[in-house]
Ligand binder design. Sequence first.
Ligand SMILES: [Zn+2]
Ligand SMILES: [Zn+2]
Length: 127
Amino acid sequence: MKADVVDAVGEPFVIQEIDIAEPIGREVLVDVKASGLCHSDEHYRANDFGMPMPMVFGHEIAGVIAAVGPDVSEFKVGDHVVACLVPSCGHCPSCLDGRRHQCSNPTAVQRGVDEPPRLSRNGEPLN
Ligand SMILES: [Zn+2]
Ligand SMILES: [Zn+2]
């Protein structure tokens, strides 16, 4: 798969090949048809906010579900979706009230340290 990767703060956006793991748990794999690259991306590319690099950019996407993890019940392969990367659990009071940006458990969507990375390049994890 191709992705827009920045290797270090201040370096350019570079479209390159990366690897994407199969979905596990409640994850879905989206075949991205379009992605925005907004000023937030430029802020994180150009300024050190403590985000771990290298990183894949383009956090607003539209696409089609290509695969689902074993615990997914709300989506199926072929569903058309739009998404924005705001880590949120989907189950806490804030999430259920439509305030996902105030999620009380945003790390619930991260993979565990004993699980393979979602994104990698030449065997090295990407954020
Ligand atoms: Zn944005
Ligand atoms: Zn939540």
